[in-house]
Write a protein that binds this ligand. Structure first.
Ligand SMILES: [Zn+2]
Ligand SMILES: [Zn+2]
Length: 251
């Protein structure tokens, strides 16, 4: 099977999620025959099943949750049940921060269905089928226990830089061929999120082959992120993509 990243949602801010200005289902990654779901926000199950070709959650090997916030976790229980074929087959692993488990973002009764539920932390390498991943640093500026993921396949490394405030440590932590960055804001703000300027710093520092922006707030959407991406691609001479709902990127 070909490797790909598919966006089942690209919404970031609460208002964008609440009004479904963009879908909020999160990201499906198929890499080296391993199927991962990152941050199954509200609509993850519906958008997976509706996607063409259909993405069947029963084929997932793992679900990775970066943090407890609803825009990332809203459909996690539905996706766990779907991964385990409606709870009929004990399979798959769920990786989540301890805080999300403590706050019962994953319901107690659902926890017995996957093969394993693992608390994520820095400094450990996790294996899922043919890939491995790490949570390089804890995103300390996000008001919740938050991690991103650096996923290593046979030929490709993909970093997912989840919600965070900018720090230069992110550049070192997330060196990869492809980076997926949650760029919620266009302008800098005291809120605990990355803005466009931060994204540019990350791209210049990491120098990936491809950099993908997603998880947009309202102002970013109004500024037409696809136009920003095409301008930045020329300026930085790196392929920059603004993710769209249902967009599939071949790896
Ligand atoms: Zn978020
Ligand atoms: Zn968040």
């Amino acid at each position: 099977m070909a490797d790909f990243i598919k966006f089942l949602g690209t919404a970031g801010a609460r208002v964008v999620v609440s009004k479904q200005v963009r879908a909020s289902g999160g990201i499906w990654i198929s890499l080296d025959g391993t199927n991962l779901y990152l941050d199954p926000g509200p609509g993850a199950l519906v958008h997976s099943l509706k996607s063409r070709p259909k993405l069947d959650p029963a084929t997932l090997d793992a679900i990775l949750l970066s943090h407890k916030h609803l825009d990332h976790s809203g459909d996690i229980n539905a996706m766990i049940e779907a991964m385990t074929e409606g709870t009929f087959r004990k399979k798959g692993t769920v990786f989540a921060p301890a805080e999300a488990l403590k706050e019962k973002v994953i319901l107690e009764y659902v926890r017995k269905y996957p093969e394993k539920i693992e608390k994520i932390r820095t400094g450990k390498t996790y294996r899922v089928k043919n890939i491995s991943f790490t949570c390089p640093i804890r995103h300390i500026h996000h008001g919740a226990e938050t991690y991103g993921f650096k996923i290593k396949g046979k030929r490709t490394t993909i970093s997912y830089i989840a919600d965070t405030k900018f720090s230069s440590g992110l550049i070192k932590a997330y060196k990869a061929d492809i980076i997926i960055v949650n760029v919620l804001r266009i302008d800098p703000s005291p809120l605990e999120h990355l803005c466009l300027e931060d994204f540019i710093k990350l791209v210049k520092g990491i120098k990936p082959k491809t950099a993908i922006m997603t998880h947009f707030g309202m102002k970013m959407i109004e500024a037409k992120p696809w136009e920003i991406a095409s301008r930045l691609s020329k300026e930085l001479k790196i392929e920059i993509i603004a993710a769209g709902d249902g967009m599939e990127i071949k790896i």
